[in-house]
Ligand binder design. Structure first.
Ligand SMILES: *[C@@H]1O[C@H](CO)[C@@H](O)[C@H](O)[C@H]1NC(C)=O
Ligand SMILES: *[C@@H]1O[C@H](CO)[C@@H](O)[C@H](O)[C@H]1NC(C)=O
Ligand SMILES: *[C@@H]1O[C@H](CO)[C@@H](O)[C@H](O)[C@H]1NC(C)=O
Ligand SMILES: *[C@@H]1O[C@H](CO)[C@@H](O)[C@H](O)[C@H]1NC(C)=O
Ligand SMILES: *[C@@H]1O[C@H](CO)[C@@H](O)[C@H](O)[C@H]1NC(C)=O
Ligand SMILES: *[C@@H]1O[C@H](CO)[C@@H](O)[C@H](O)[C@H]1NC(C)=O
Ligand SMILES: *[C@@H]1O[C@H](CO)[C@@H](O)[C@H](O)[C@H]1NC(C)=O
Ligand SMILES: *[C@@H]1O[C@H](CO)[C@@H](O)[C@H](O)[C@H]1NC(C)=O
Ligand SMILES: *[C@@H]1O[C@H](CO)[C@@H](O)[C@H](O)[C@H]1NC(C)=O
Ligand SMILES: *[C@@H]1O[C@H](CO)[C@@H](O)[C@H](O)[C@H]1NC(C)=O
Length: 484
């Protein structure tokens, strides 16, 4: 009797899920199927790295994307949105309007992110996997881009603001969609918590010109359950006063997209036409209303991290990033590792060691483990490395913290760090990000060993020695979806 009921239930679930195709499911996650607008809230940190110096936290970064998805007659969706974000002082959390540049010692006029529009056509769902694989909390969509295109700020006219004739950036998005809602309901909108890592040249307003180094944005983003009410008061104040357009999603498809680069260029061009200086440092009114930014760890997450051994499974890919060259997916990665967490005394931060077994997998077959690897960039065949993983990362206290995300009933753990050798000796470098989501429900059990989580591990590094890249410029980008 019991068996019959269970089979009926399975059949019912199968009918419900069959209602949506892969793309529609992704739209339920990234937006909603009913043409209303949704907010993707963004909250994270901005870091900078200079060769041989290592990662330094510059700002907290907060804002949102407001958008709608509109179904087209061919089944694809228009994604219509605009986005607004601010840079916050990492200690006082105040919105920066003037930034005392730590490298040039010059004050910089800070430009908010005010990109309107950010539009696109979504024809296919990004590739997805369930995490944890056999007992899913999430259906994870990874949408990863390595962008190389002509810099809108040509060095000839915008030398102080331009890193060169080429714009290059990496955007790694992971949507962790609520698996139960996605597969068991017909709701047009499903919760997600997203992991986002972005690498880019310095922002134009930093006036860094061609100085070596780059920025890394690491953030969570998620769907707000109740419209704009999730937006921080001080950000909403700026929107109400000067950016009211950002209260609504666009309803028509306009091109081209705006980016921090094109918005900056427009302002500079207007000022030049009006005979004004390029840069106008605003008068800043000092405020005594300072709240100290919280960069602590949620006690439940700490308890989880203290479990040993803590075993994760991993599934991801690696790509090339070479200036002015189209990126190539180099290999896929599958494996398991154990995470060992330790506190460094005297507020020295945290140590995270990862030890395990990582296989290098052929991107074409999706399962074949490389013994020899034919490097698509050099054309050489080299022995594939041993499938061992053993790394030791130190995270400083301001770069390893949790945020509470009531909208998705979860806690996000964000970590960022770098390993930096002496580059004049050609030493290896890497910049590493950990972004894990813990549903409240999985943290509420009596034993921390029963808790589950999933998220992203992303690494940017100099070419691995085994690839024998000799003098090829650029670096490798790796992104792994990890879960326990
Ligand atoms: C605009 O930006 C979005 C997000 O970065 C991208 O998906 C889309 O392809 C871009 N659209 C155009 C028209 O370039
Ligand atoms: C790994 O990820 C790919 C998508 O990138 C997916 O097709 C595959 O099923 C995943 N494998 C596991 C074991 O999760
Ligand atoms: C998914 O949503 C349901 C409620 O709709 C909730 O009970 C569950 O904890 C959520 N799962 C995750 C992984 O957030
Ligand atoms: C570029 O920066 C230099 C050095 O800070 C400054 O002297 C010069 O005026 C700047 N040029 C413009 C066009 O702002
Ligand atoms: C979607 O909503 C917008 C704004 O309300 C409206 O202008 C547009 O016509 C709607 N499109 C469809 C296909 O319903
Ligand atoms: C500072 O206060 C003055 C006077 O109230 C105001 O005009 C100005 O816009 C304020 N500046 C900023 C950056 O808020
Ligand atoms: C100070 O900050 C708090 C919390 O953000 C806010 O509620 C309050 O209105 C602020 N006070 C002033 C004088 O700006
Ligand atoms: C954003 O993150 C900071 C910690 O970095 C936290 O203090 C703040 O409350 C968060 N805000 C929202 C809306 O999540
Ligand atoms: C790998 O390459 C080496 C050297 O070219 C060759 O001797 C060996 O047979 C290759 N192994 C496989 C499994 O293809
Ligand atoms: C690495 O590449 C260089 C240049 O192509 C070649 O001379 C050298 O033999 C290669 N080394 C190995 C270990 O394959």
């Amino acid at each position: 009797m019991k068996k019959v009921i269970w089979l009926t239930l399975v059949a019912w679930v199968a009918t419900v899920t069959a209602e949506f195709n892969d793309l529609e499911n992704f739209i339920r996650v990234a937006g909603t199927l009913d043409n209303t607008s949704t907010i993707g809230y963004i909250n994270g940190s901005v870091f900078a790295r200079q060769p041989g110096v290592g990662l330094k936290k510059l700002f907290n970064f907060e804002g949102y994307n407001i958008g709608r998805k509109v179904k087209q007659s061919d089944g694809s969706f228009l994604s219509l949105s605009r986005e607004f974000c601010v840079y916050r002082n990492p200690i006082t959390s105040q919105i920066e309007q003037v930034w005392p540049n730590i490298w040039t010692n010059k004050p910089n006029e800070v430009f908010y992110v005010a990109n309107d529009p950010v539009n696109g056509i979504i024809g296919n769902a990004p590739s997805w996997q369930t995490a944890p694989h056999s007992r899913p909390l999430y259906q994870v969509y990874n949408a990863d881009y390595i962008l190389e295109y002509p810099n809108p700020l040509a060095p000839s006219s915008y030398a102080n603001y331009s890193a060169g004739s080429n714009y290059d950036a990496v955007e790694l998005f992971g949507y962790l969609a609520n698996y139960t809602q996605l597969s068991m309901t017909e709701s047009p909108s499903v919760e997600y918590i997203g992991t986002w890592v972005r690498r880019s040249q310095y922002l134009p307003w930093m006036e860094m010109s061609t100085k070596p180094g780059e920025l890394y944005f690491a953030s969570f983003y998620w769907k707000c359950t109740n419209g704009l009410s999730c937006v921080a008061d001080d950000i909403m104040k700026i929107i109400n006063e000067d950016y009211s357009k950002f209260k609504k999603a666009p309803s028509t498809f306009e091109k081209p997209n705006e980016t921090s680069w094109t918005v900056f260029k427009k302002v500079i061009d207007q000022r030049r036409q009006a005979g004004l200086p390029d840069i106008i440092i605003p008068q800043v009114n000092t405020s005594t209303n300072v709240t100290v930014m919280d960069t602590s760890l949620d006690a439940r997450v700490e308890k989880f991290l203290d479990v040993w051994p803590l075993s994760f499974s991993a599934n991801g890919s690696a790509w090339s990033e070479i200036p002015e060259k189209q990126s190539i997916r180099l290999f896929d990665i599958r494996g398991f590792f154990q995470l060992d967490f330790e506190r460094i005394p005297l507020d020295g931060g945290y140590r995270v060691q990862l030890d395990g077994n990582m296989q290098y997998i052929d991107t074409k077959t999706g399962h074949q483990i490389y013994r020899n690897y034919t490097n698509p960039i050099t054309g050489q065949t080299v022995p594939a490395p041993k499938p061992e993983l053993g790394v030791d990362y130190v995270f400083s206290k301001d770069s390893f913290y949790t945020i509470d995300i009531p909208d998705t009933e979860s806690i996000g753990l964000l970590g960022a760090q770098s390993l930096d050798g002496d580059q004049s000796n050609g030493d290896a470098w890497s910049v590493n990000f950990l972004e894990l989501a813990f549903p409240y429900s999985s943290l509420s059990g009596a034993s921390p060993t029963g808790a589950h989580c999933a998220g992203t591990f992303a690494t940017f590094s100099s070419w691995p020695t085994w690839m024998n890249m000799t003098d090829v410029p650029g670096n490798i980008v790796m992104k792994i979806t990890m879960s326990k």
